[in-house]
Design a protein around this ligand. Structure first.
Ligand code: ADP
Ligand code: MG
Length: 245
């Protein structure tokens, strides 16, 4: 049986009195790529942020690697090491070099050896084609380069799950491909388990094993990727796909 990494059951989330996620249920198996799609405001970022402990939730259950996740800060500090996240805005530390950005958490949080962490960071930089930038500062990099570094920084923690929230949304079009290629490579070569929010439908169609389609905080579809892009189950998803062409 394939190992289940994440299970979300009957998750309900409110901001104040306003409910934004309604009875969310899904699971994610090792090596699986799940695309979380839906119109703006449907709750994609909230879902991802809740999975990473950046938001609390009011009812339901999240199970990560067999452990019941309690929305409690201490517990999250441990779990978050296993869950890598990359957002739309690359949040690199501006006063640190690329290399320092990458080795910071592995050495400070995971207490790994500086030398070993740096050696690994260099390997990861080579993987994303940025070996020459180890000593550069974030301001010297393009948006696409910064985003590739942000991915490397997350990978340096050896996560079991990667969350990507519109990582190419603020990039110039010519920068998008390089970032998406890395995500594709992570799936193809590393068999990384991933949950991806993206507006790049061609990319999603290439990479997604499954699609969750969200609207107004409800999951309308949980459909195999191949099928979703050819023939979604709901008219709402059909309209959504047409609007993205
Ligand atoms: P998406 O990522 O799909 O665009 P979000 O998860 O950002 O959607 O938002 C879902 C809903 O929750 C929206 O109605 C949004 O306005 C609301 N929302 C998002 N973040 C907050 C917040 N911090 N406080 C209150 N409401 C929020
Ligand atoms: Mg969002």
């Amino acid at each position: 049986m394939t190992e289940e990494i994440l299970k979300v059951a009957h998750l309900n989330k409110f901001y104040g009195k306003r409910q934004v996620l309604f009875d969310i249920n899904f699971d994610l198996k090792k090596g699986e790529v799940l695309a979380l799609l839906g119109p703006s405001g449907s709750g994609k970022s909230t879902t991802i942020r809740t999975l990473n402990g950046l938001e609390d939730f009011q009812s339901g259950q999240i199970t990560f690697e067999g452990q019941n996740v309690i929305p409690d800060e201490k517990h999250w500090q441990d779990l978050r090491q296993k869950i890598g996240m990359v957002f739309q805005s690359y949040d690199l530390f501006p006063n640190m070099t690329v290399l320092e950005n990458i080795v910071l958490a592995p050495t400070k949080v995971q207490h790994r050896e500086q030398k070993e962490a740096e050696a690994e960071a260099k390997k990861l930089l080579a993987m994303v084609g940025l070996s020459d930038y180890a000593q550069s500062y974030p301001r010297q990099l393009s948006g696409g380069q910064k985003q590739r570094i942000a991915i490397v920084r997350a990978l340096a923690m050896h996560p079991d799950l990667m969350l990507f929230d519109e990582v190419t949304a603020s990039l110039d079009p010519e920068m998008v491909r390089g970032v998406l290629e890395i995500i594709k490579k992570l799936s193809d070569e590393e068999d990384m388990t991933m949950l991806i929010v993206t507006h790049e439908m061609n990319f999603a169609a290439q990479i997604a094993d499954r699609v969750l389609f969200l609207e107004d905080g409800h999951i309308l579809e949980d459909t195999p990727g191949q099928q979703f892009f050819k023939q979604p189950q709901t008219e709402r998803a059909q309209k959504f796909l047409e609007s993205m062409d």
